[in-house]
Design a protein around this ligand. Structure first.
Ligand SMILES: Cc1ncc(COP(=O)(O)O)c(C=O)c1O
Length: 465
């Protein structure tokens, strides 16, 4: 165990120490991976060190490194070594964290961590939550809880309001739990990609007039596309007035509430009925760790409880033993679940909130620096300014038609990816591609931001030739 553990530890330490010098994002073709990694059913064993060699040589290098200081695409996942150790301890001890009887102390730690996150988001003491795999599961669970709390279950007349910037996991979640497409209203956003209140109010009125049942608004606490935060306070007013559930998808952005800038942008967050917040995004945890927080802990139990006539015969002792609201299997989808809170607890206690705050602030600063650098260069058009650590932009050449600029954008992405220095990809805004940077890794340096932008300019010029 020592020898194997030590080899594995060396690999991970190497990853942390050399990450900056390794390629950011390598992808093989299916043909290459088949040739390299396909093996038949392993009737007989292979020395584990040989398998670690395969992982080190063929597998880990051929993946996106979301924790690389020059990974600026999607939502990066800059991790920390203490949380990685937490994951090792979690799996090494294999605590069953589905109910209190099996995991009293581990469940206490999860309750504690949830209380910290709840407090940071401004939810009341009666609130609750659960740690889940990620934002998709948190969003799905939120709507399932909202539907149970407000409608007592599925209702064919119920309508959910999202914006045209809402993350796709919400549409997917709604579909899975039985909402038809016509029960999901896509509300327009304003020029800043924030959900438009007048458009929302008009949609609610139209639905009510048609006999439908508006019941939930999904707001963005930082959109993935542009970092835009919907007007949460005003949305909470609308929801209060209309009797609607307010869910805030802050999978990416809610963690920024730790900082002054994030708190200001997220004003009104604490008025939500439910919040998605992913520690595996801007709270520096390794995958997979998402979180659903709710204003009233009972709503999770109502949606995810196991009833007496559900034939949970062998769980009867467990369910008799303790108060209902601390059995995590009755707060969410999973029965068997790992001690998910360990790594977050370990890292938050090790570093303290001040260090997390500092690390998040670096992300805001790097996105601001990127915007300043692009503006100073003069050859770029900012599509959306730096907000919540995200900015979007494209090559500025008024002499060319939009279609030509769009082609330059797309070709720049490909040239940049082939170059390998940094990963910058595009998103689509109002039907047109734009380059997008999300530089939230606290290890990123100012020089890396300026060099990335210098290379983007070089590749855009090349594409324009
Ligand atoms: C705003 C938002 N919501 C939800 C999700 C989905 O989260 P996950 O990928 O953890 O399932 C993401 C992922 O990037 C996101 O940015």
């Amino acid at each position: 165990m020592h020898a194997l553990g030590s080899r594995a530890l060396d690999l991970v330490i190497r990853h942390f120490e050399c990450n900056r010098d390794d390629p950011v994002a390598q992808t093989l073709t299916r043909e290459q991976t088949e040739a390299m990694l396909r093996t038949p059913l392993p009737e007989h064993g292979t020395p584990v060190n040989d398998l670690l060699d395969i992982l080190a040589r063929d597998v880990f290098p051929n993946s996106f490194k979301a924790d690389h200081p020059r990974f600026y695409s999607f939502v990066p996942s800059p991790t920390n070594f203490v949380s990685v150790v937490g994951d090792f301890l979690t799996s090494g001890h294999n605590v069953f964290a589905g109910h209190w009887l099996a995991s009293s102390a581990a469940s206490q730690i999860e309750l504690n961590v949830l209380d910290w996150l709840k407090e940071l988001c401004g939810l009341p003491a009666e609130g609750g939550g659960i740690l889940v795999s990620g934002g998709s599961m948190a969003n799905l669970s939120a709507i399932a809880a909202a539907r149970e709390a407000r409608l007592g279950g599925p209702n064919e007349h119920a309508v959910v309001y999202c914006s045209d910037q809402t993350h796709s996991s919400m549409a997917k979640g709604l579909r899975i739990i039985g909402f038809r497409p016509e029960q999901r209203r896509t509300v327009a956003t304003d020029e800043g990609f924030r959900l438009s209140i007048p458009a929302l109010e008009a949609a609610i009125a139209t639905d009510r007039a048609a006999g439908r049942l508006p019941f939930c608004v999904v707001a963005n606490g930082g959109t993935t596309n542009t970092g835009a935060v919907d007007p949460l306070d005003a949305l909470a007013d609308v929801c209060e007035r209309e009797g609607l559930w307010l869910h805030v998808d802050g999978a990416y952005g809610a963690a920024a509430v730790l900082t002054e800038r994030g708190r200001t942008a997220l004003t009104g967050l604490g008025r939500a009925d439910s919040i998605t917040l992913d520690p595996h995004k801007w709270l520096f945890q390794p995958y997979e760790l998402g979180c659903l927080l709710v204003r009233d802990a009972n709503v999770l139990y109502s949606a995810f409880r196991v009833d007496d006539d559900d034939h949970a015969d062998y769980l009867a002792d467990v369910r008799r033993h303790v108060a209902k609201d601390v059995n995590f299997f009755e707060r969410g989808v999973q029965l068997t679940r790992s001690f998910k809170a360990l790594k977050l607890w370990l890292s938050m206690r090790t570093f303290g909130l001040a260090e997390f705050r500092r690390a998040i602030d670096v992300g805001f600063d790097m996105a601001d620096l990127a915007e300043r650098t692009l503006r100073a260069d003069g050859r770029w058009a900012i599509v959306t300014p730096s907000q919540m650590g995200v900015l979007t932009f494209r090559w500025h050449d008024p002499s060319r038609p939009d279609a030509e600029v769009d082609r330059i954008t797309q070709q720049t992405v490909e040239l940049m990816r082939a170059d390998g220095y940094a990963l910058v990809m595009s998103t689509t805004l109002r039907g047109r591609p734009a380059l997008r940077m999300c530089p939230i890794n606290p290890a990123t340096t100012a020089a890396e931001i300026t060099e990335t932008i210098a290379r983007l300019a070089r590749f855009s010029l090349e594409a324009a030739r």
